[in-house]
Design a binder for this molecule. Structure first.
Ligand code: PSV
Ligand code: MN
Ligand code: MN
Length: 388
């Protein structure tokens, strides 16, 4: 039997990166709902993210999105983050909102558009030098809406060529992380639609190119934990974008739609050596809070990941192995379900207190007065960018 005391040291290693865009105004393609107190610039986004870390001890890094988070001097933003107890993390590129990218970016037919898109990534790498970031994360909106609209094969070749040019500038301590997504905004075909395509593209680049698995980017019913297992087995799982979904890329609070799926994913992470500071697998959130407050939305999310991680770590691997070896199907499933059904909340509350944190970070935030202060002090907050 594995006890909470056994796994407590492992919980110390948990780090979940927050997306800067989760703190800005967001919405659907029908409406962006502005909220009072949202950040007016990247400095305020970082401050809100730092608040989440201060209250949970779980979120020491903030991912930036370029150009949404472009500032005059990244050294100042870095210092600001460090003063608040966090670091700047993954740099996300953006080749999906310029007119030029209507028919694609890195896979576009026109060499001038590809040049623009590659140059944007080179700019992102330059920024990473200033922010101290390790990962350049690429998600592409490239694809087509109609059969025959473009040649899928040559688009794949052009994509490989563009990625190779970007990869040539990735530093020794940096990584290129390629995210896949089944559809949207392209509805017929997407140039990086699945883990296999992302895997094929990054493998062709080199060791410092890996795959990002966004939990909202698959067809309904996909066995995501199988993909996690396979990418870990192949040594190419670079990061997660955690969120939850009911239908498509809903970007809802992770663990809200299907907590059992989150558990199954984390079991494979632990099983495959993807958990812990030196595992090479970055945990990130990729969410939007359209109707709920942003900061408590992020606090709830990191707590959900922590809670499910604790349950996954509690899985009795020895008992599972015994049952599997005996071919005892029901016993094996019972061992699995026992871990999932364990209520770790009281233990986690005590563990937080033992580290000088509040037992209940959600309540601590509500009582902190921070929400009231930002609502009174900030006016005219920014839009996060749609669909993020
Ligand atoms: C678009 O689907 C998306 O949500 C991707 O998941 C990216 O990670 C995110 O936007 C930020 O670019
Ligand atoms: Mn994502
Ligand atoms: Mn997405």
């Amino acid at each position: 039997m594995t006890s909470f005391a056994d796994i407590a040291p492992l919980l110390e290693q948990q780090e979940i990166e927050l997306p800067s865009w989760a703190f800005g105004n967001s919405g659907t393609r029908f409406r962006v709902f502005p909220q009072r107190g949202v950040p007016r610039d990247p400095f305020e986004k970082v401050a809100d993210a730092a608040k989440v870390h201060e209250l949970t001890g779980l979120a020491p890094r903030v991912a930036l999105h370029i150009p949404w988070d472009e500032v005059e001097d990244f050294a100042t933003l870095r210092k600001h983050a460090e003063d608040l107890g966090v670091a700047l993390g993954t740099i996300n590129s953006n080749t999906f909102q310029d007119e030029a990218y209507k028919l694609g970016s890195l896979a576009h037919r026109d060499a001038a558009v590809r040049r623009q898109a590659v140059d944007h990534h080179l700019r992102c790498l330059e920024i990473m030098g200033e922010t101290g970031s390790r990962d350049l994360k690429i998600w592409l909106a490239d694809g087509t809406n109609y059969p025959g609209q473009d040649d899928m094969r040559s688009r794949q070749d052009r994509l490989a060529e563009s990625l190779a040019e970007i990869y040539a500038h990735v530093g020794e301590d940096q990584r290129l992380v390629l995210e896949y997504k089944i559809f949207e905004p392209a509805f017929y075909h997407t140039d990086v639609p699945d883990w296999g395509t992302s895997y094929a593209q990054v493998t062709a680049l080199g060791d410092r190119a890996t795959v990002c698995l966004d939990t909202g980017h698959h067809a309904p019913g996909t066995n995501i934990e199988f993909i996690v297992m396979q990418l870990l087995r192949l040594g190419r799982l670079g990061s997660f974008d955690f969120n939850s979904r009911f239908y498509a890329d809903d970007d809802l609070i992770v663990g809200a739609a299907d907590p059992f799926q989150l558990f199954r994913i984390l079991v494979e992470v632990v099983r495959g050596g993807g958990y812990g500071r030196d595992s090479g697998v970055a945990f990130m959130l990729d969410q939007c809070h359209n109707v709920e407050h942003k900061i408590p939305g992020q606090i709830r999310s990191v707590l959900n990941v922590q809670e499910m991680t604790a349950r996954a770590l509690l899985l009795d691997a020895d008992a599972l192995e015994v049952a599997q070896r005996a071919g005892d199907v029901i016993a094996a499933n019972s061992v699995f379900m026992d871990a999932f059904s364990t209520d770790v909340r009281p233990d986690l509350a005590r563990w937080r207190e033992s580290r000088g944190l509040s037992a209940d970070p959600m309540r601590a935030y509500a009582e902190s007065g921070y929400q009231e202060r930002i609502e009174a002090g900030r006016t005219g907050g920014h839009q996060a960018g749609w669909g993020a």
